[in-house]
Design a protein around this ligand. Structure first.
Ligand code: SF4
Ligand code: SF4
Length: 374
């Protein structure tokens, strides 16, 4: 892939675009610090990111929506932090996005075709939603064309494609059993271009921005795990960064919504929390203006960044499913560690999915049960 500075030579640099929109130098540096933190880099990298964004041209970006609920677009539009709505719109030059663009109908289609034709191999394509493959792909058509045909053309001519959210990654909810439309993720129908997957329902826009900023700063896409997800956003287990972890370790659990443990912010393991099985930076990246995240707000993680989560992580309010090979005495920690090893070893998502359907008893559950039996 070429250097970031080669992109859109006639457009302003990221920094110039930000300044034109009235973003102060101070807010720009705060954004660079946020990006350094998001990319799991030392704070000392913020000036290097700033220097790169001062020179880098804004990458042209097209955003395709297929079998989706628009949740990732909602996440994108609610990008926050001081002036981040501006920053996101300026770091990325969004040339086609059906939900937010002004043109409609044939004019909209022309906008897309113009990018594909005039910026071949230079634009970033973001895909939101799954792609149906059954019956020639007729279950999702845009402008009279099947999603699969559009994806092959637009993703296939991109510099890189980013699959935003669970559905674009592995088919997500549209592909849940019995998958009537034959829905699949982008990686299942596109080859020949780099694909970055951002699992989650929705994905956090900070990971999209981080991916682009990484490219603009270092001239390469971020390192990924065997799911094709960037390690900076998906390399840490939720359970290990969770603010309720001390309660887990101390055996303090919520047993019922609204009980004393819930009011005191104790661990949600027994309410079905899938944090021990899920890898994503929610506890540190946070949501809603970086104010909180689901577990912080009192709800269990439902494992939305896990493979085939709608099939493998349900029921959402039951205890952890078991992983064969760990036995009934396994702790959540052992299960999480085992998943990490399995992932590193390249075990397929399907194998993990199948593995997640049986039941274990948590070590603390055993102790509690014994105590209660006395
Ligand atoms: S089980 Fe859930 S709530 Fe408890 S520490 Fe782990 S991630 Fe946090
Ligand atoms: S806390 Fe869990 S369910 Fe919620 S967004 Fe993060 S990974 Fe998904």
């Amino acid at each position: 892939m070429g250097e970031g500075k080669d992109l859109r030579d006639s457009s302003p640099t990221v920094y110039q675009a930000l300044r034109q929109r009235g973003v102060s130098r101070r807010d720009f540096m705060k954004f660079c610090s946020l990006m350094a933190a998001t990319l799991a880099l030392p704070a000392s990298f913020a000036p290097k990111i700033a220097e790169a964004l001062e020179k880098a041209k804004r990458p042209s970006l097209v955003w395709l929506e297929f079998q989706d609920c628009c949740g990732n677009t909602e996440s994108f539009l609610r990008a926050s932090n001081p002036t981040v709505v501006d920053i996101v719109l300026d770091v990325l030059s969004v040339d086609y996005h059906e939900t937010i663009m002004a043109p409609a109908g044939k004019d909209a289609e022309k906008s897309l075709q113009d990018v594909v034709k005039n910026q071949k191999g230079k634009y970033i394509c973001v895909v939101e939603g799954a792609i149906p493959t059954r019956d020639g792909g007729v279950y999702c058509c845009v402008g009279g064309r099947a999603a699969i045909d559009i994806a092959k053309e637009v993703c296939g001519n991109s510099l890189a494609t980013i699959a935003m959210g669970a559905c674009a990654w592995d088919g997500g909810i549209p592909s849940a059993n019995p998958n009537p439309t034959g829905a699949v993720g982008v990686k299942d129908v596109i080859s020949g271009v780099p694909i970055i997957n951002l699992p989650g329902c929705p994905a956090n826009v900070v990971n999209l921005t981080g991916t682009v900023v990484h490219y603009l700063t270092f001239g390469s896409l971020p390192l990924t795990d065997n799911n094709g997800a960037p390690l900076f956003g998906y390399g840490t287990r939720i359970h290990d960064a969770c603010q309720r972890r001390a309660h887990y370790d101390a055996g303090r659990y919520v047993r019922q919504w609204g009980d004393e443990g819930h009011r005191n912010g104790w661990c949600l393991y027994y309410m079905g929390c899938k944090g021990p099985e899920t890898y994503k930076n929610c506890p540190t990246a946070l949501w809603n203006d970086r104010t909180s995240w689901p577990v912080g707000a009192g709800h269990n993680c439902i494992g939305c960044a896990s493979p085939k989560f709608w099939d493998t992580m349900t029921p959402f309010y039951s205890r952890l499913a078991s992983i064969p090979g760990f036995g009934v005495e396994s702790t959540a920690d052992k299960v999480g560690l085992g998943l990490a090893i399995a992932t590193a070893a390249g075990v397929t998502a399907h194998a993990i999915a199948r593995a997640g359907r049986k039941h274990i008893r948590h070590e603390d559950e055993e102790k509690t049960a014994k105590t209660e039996d006395k």
